[in-house]
Design a protein around this ligand. Structure first.
Ligand code: CP
Ligand code: NVA
Length: 308
């Protein structure tokens, strides 16, 4: 059984295999060719949190692969409240062919995967956002032509998105630097996983509190919201601490001239990113958002073992 819960569960070969598949499926989509890898298959989509990109791109991905997506809102399944997460996994496995879940606690997707008899895909947890990561690395591949010798800088909160970038960069050999305020860095256990993966590929990893150190010489600069879903009560406190990590034109002057800016979206314009950067010549934000569709088709086909 193939689940897709965090990029750290993959190896470099598998990540490249899924990226190659995404490139191939995207090419077919652009050429107007059909890709019915998942004909008549159904994806159950369990959401505990809101979504635009994840919900729509998975739904459309299933349609374009010849199957169907079934959206289950936070009010319907109520993981662990209306019934146990294990029972949800056992029941939904009897109806659908593959499950995607967006949850608060990462342990909930782990629990779903443990008891499901179909593949489970993590559509964002408090720990990681691996589908986003695959779309991000697809975007970097397309715009930068490869990974080795390039540098990815992440500014802001050491959150789920930063975790997926750390793991993916370490696997693919893309040098990674993260700058966060004190107390908002990646968890030491998460960093240790990144270091273990990076040791296999010789990838350089830097963690710092200095945004300029992180961004210097970067090929890609990435940021995300200062306050993730589920942390809303900390919003005001975070607004005091994070402004030095904002991605603006002054910050980008430290990066390479042809730097690409990424953000998983939704963006809080004027907070972690300025309008001038989000809408400026370095921004690839909407190519990146589109790539959720292509990357997730590849993930779906891969977990279903439907490549042949
Ligand atoms: N980037 C992302 O996952 O967006 P949504 O929360 O809209 O799905
Ligand atoms: N870190 C953000 C990502 C949103 C797609 C969150 O978890 O809310």
């Amino acid at each position: 059984m193939r689940h897709f819960l965090t990029l750290a569960d993959l190896n470099a070969e598998t990540m490249r295999e899924i990226l190659d598949l995404a490139v191939q499926i995207k090419r077919a989509w652009k050429a107007g060719e059909s890709t019915p890898y998942l004909k008549n298959k159904v994806l159950g989509m369990i959401f505990q949190k809101p979504s635009l990109r994840t919900r729509v791109s998975f739904d459309v991905a299933m349609l374009q692969l010849g199957g169907n997506g079934l959206y289950l809102s936070p009010n319907e399944v109520q993981l662990g409240q209306r019934e146990s997460t294990a029972d949800v996994a056992r029941v939904i496995s009897r109806y659908v062919d593959v499950v995607m879940a967006r949850v608060f606690a990462h342990s909930d997707v782990v629990e779903l995967a443990k008891y499901a008899t179909v593949p489970v895909i993590n559509g964002l947890s408090d720990f990681s956002h691996p589908c986003q990561g695959m779309a991000d690395f697809l975007t970097i591949l397309e715009h930068k032509g490869g990974f080795e010798g390039r540098k990815l800088a992440y500014l802001g909160d050491g959150n789920n998105v930063a975790t997926s970038l750390l793991f993916g960069a370490a696997l693919l050999g893309l040098d990674f630097a993260i700058a966060t305020p004190r107390g908002y860095g990646l968890h030491p256990a998460t960093w240790a996983i990144g270091q273990r993966l990076a040791a296999l590929t010789g990838t350089s990893l830097i963690t710092t509190h200095d945004p300029i150190e992180a961004v210097t010489g970067a090929d890609v600069v990435y940021t995300d919201t200062w306050t993730s879903m589920g942390q809303e009560e900390e919003t005001q406190k975070r607004r005091q601490v994070f402004p030095p990590y904002r991605v603006d034109d002054a910050c980008l002057r430290n990066a390479k001239d042809d730097v690409m800016v990424l953000h998983c979206l939704p963006a809080h314009r004027g907070e972690e990113i300025t309008d001038a950067v989000a809408d400026g010549p370095h921004s690839a934000l909407f190519d990146q958002a589109e790539n959720r569709l292509h990357a997730q088709k590849a993930i779906l086909v891969w977990v279903m073992g439907a490549t042949t």
